[in-house]
Ligand binder design. Structure first.
Ligand code: SF4
Ligand code: SF4
Length: 118
């Protein structure tokens, strides 16, 4: 069954989603370049890049770098919130439950939309 999710809740400015840079790369091409997963992890670790997940079906690998955003203020609010300077991806966040899997305190949550029968 195709299950659609509804986003509920709101941002309470915890700043957790502003702490890292997250990048998606093509898995088979990347592993071909590096030889194998172990080699890739060694290469990334020398640069402070973490391999945090993968998706076989989508042929993707996920990287994360511990680089906090410069627009995150000491009180954890976003300096560019409600301005045209705020990146699109930040305005859309979170788009799926996977996006907040590692952020337990996010103010958003996703719940399945149950199909309605007449
Ligand atoms: S993790 Fe959720 S609650 Fe925290 S700043 Fe990001 S969107 Fe807001
Ligand atoms: S621009 Fe704002 S919302 Fe986006 S990562 Fe930076 S502080 Fe967070």
């Amino acid at each position: 069954m195709n299950q659609f999710m509804k986003r509920e809740g709101e941002c309470h400015s915890c700043g957790e989603c502003c702490q890292t840079v997250n990048i998606t790369v093509v898995k088979d091409v990347t592993l071909q370049q590096h030889g194998n997963l172990e080699e890739l992890q060694r290469y990334l670790s020398y640069r402070g890049i973490n391999l945090v997940g993968s998706n076989e079906k989508r042929n993707e690998l996920y990287y994360s770098m511990d680089i906090p955003c410069t627009e995150l203020m000491p009180d954890k609010r976003c300096r560019v919130h409600d301005t045209e300077e705020k990146p699109l991806i930040c305005n859309r966040f979170p788009e799926s439950k996977e996006g907040i899997e590692d952020i337990k305190n996010c103010g958003f949550r996703f719940t399945p939309i149950l199909p309605r029968y007449p």
